[in-house]
Write a protein that binds this ligand. Structure first.
Ligand code: ADP
Length: 397
């Protein structure tokens, strides 16, 4: 059988990120981003090999952007496209794994939109457009939440009245599942440990950030909850705050719930603390020049991360290693070392040279000899989505 191509699509409310993944090729055949869709500045950027291209889309919506980008994908795949894998943020409690798309599955994704009002509708736009344009191709939804459906009840339940759980789906779901699964499997492969007998702490640190406890290939706990706002300090998200903060802000400032949610989601985190930027690179540079608020933002980020990882350790029977991934985890050696300094009881110690070397896609073990293993592993959510898409197609064959 010749090697197969999967188009992986990740739709945001005004963007489409895409990559054509070949199962036998580490490099993407083509990848790109259509953004500012629905505005006069809509634009498509794509990369084919080392060549970078850009095309103005002049007010294109998602469907028009697909019509522009799909011929590029067709050409790059030499007309051989096996399937399309769609990233869907929230699968609720319904989806424990990737699912082939049909009307029924689309309806369940739509019903989960109440849990992810910004994300699921955007994913559905991509699904509907791709299914209209490719009605005969098997298309698959891969959920950010599915990997965490193995969490036990003591990890996923909130201590609120039971009817809120049974009647209104109030529970912890977790996100970034595709990334946590990818890097924990990669860690097992790198260390020669069997996936089904391995225990990992994972820190996925991008614009969104979450930790996860992965035992024998399954998620047993994770820091995000009902929504991707719970847990760690993130680029613009606060992570955990006292739930009474909402009441306090309402009483003292008269803010309504939308305003409070918007502040906690878009104006908080690294951006809120530093007053400068949500971007860790900018904050590290500013901190090195003596900016005190940038320094504080990094300190809070690292301490809260350490605290979360220490909490996640409750789910592990043993520790085979701690994995850093995501833009910050893969690049910011400072964040890695500061975080581990807060975890003295764990006996972590970094090999400073290895820590500095693991940036820009370089994977490796960065722990000093005779100390618990610490790995830097670049995530690859597109490849994981393609792998799950093909596995589903094979299972159906
Ligand atoms: P997303 O969640 O949007 O996929 P990424 O995984 O790309 O985000 O991570 C973005 C974050 O990674 C930003 O805070 C960025 O500053 C940070 N980052 C990227 N490169 C570096 C670097 N060399 N040093 C420190 N932080 C970095």
């Amino acid at each position: 059988m010749s090697s197969r191509n999967v188009l992986v699509i990740n739709c945001g409310s005004s963007s489409i990120k895409f990559a054509l993944v070949n199962e036998d090729n580490d490099e993407f055949l083509i990848q790109g981003l259509a953004e500012r869709l629905g505005s006069s500045e809509a634009v498509l950027n794509w990369q084919l090999g080392d060549e970078k291209h850009v095309a103005q889309l002049h007010g294109a919506d998602h469907k028009a952007a697909f019509e522009r980008l799909l011929p590029l994908v067709q050409k790059a795949s030499h007309g051989k496209l096996t399937s399309i894998g769609h990233r869907v943020v929230h699968g609720g409690a319904h989806f424990t794994a990737a699912s082939a798309l049909n009307r029924e599955v689309i309806d369940v994704i739509r019903s989960a939109a109440v849990l992810a009002p910004l994300h699921n509708p955007a994913g559905l736009i991509g699904i509907e457009a791709a299914m209209t344009l490719y009605p005969d191709l098997t298309q698959v939804a891969v959920f950010d939440t599915a990997f965490h459906q193995t969490m036990p009840a003591h990890a996923y339940r909130y201590a609120v009245p039971e009817h809120l759980y049974t009647d209104h789906h109030v529970r912890r779901y977790g996100f970034h599942g595709t990334s946590h699964m990818f890097v924990s499997r990669r860690a097992a492969a790198m260390t020669g440990l069997p996936v089904e007998d391995s225990s990992w702490l994972v820190a996925h640190l991008g614009n969104g950030c979450s930790t996860c406890a992965v035992v024998n290939g399954e998620s047993l706990d994770t820091s995000m909850g009902l929504t991707p706002l719970e847990g760690l300090v993130m680029g613009t998200r606060s992570g955990d705050v006292d739930p009474s903060l909402h009441n306090y802000l309402s009483r003292t400032l008269g803010w309504d719930i939308q305003r409070i949610e918007s502040v906690l989601t878009k104006e908080s985190g690294l951006l809120g603390l530093s007053g400068l930027s949500n971007d860790m690179r900018t904050l590290i540079e500013a901190s090195q020049k003596g900016d005190e608020r940038a320094t504080l933002a990094i300190e809070v980020f690292c301490y809260r991360l350490a605290k979360s990882l220490a909490g996640m350790a409750c789910a592990l029977p043993k520790l085979d290693g701690l994995i850093f991934t995501g833009g910050i985890g893969e690049n910011a050696s400072l964040v890695r070392s500061k975080t581990l300094e807060h975890m003295r009881l764990f006996n972590f110690k970094l090999d400073e040279e290895a820590n500095l070397k693991c940036t820009r896609g370089v994977a490796g073990n960065i722990s000093a000899e005779n100390h618990p293993r610490v790995l830097v592993i670049p995530t690859n959510e597109e490849r994981q989505i393609a792998v799950e898409t093909l596995a589903l197609i094979d299972a159906k064959a």
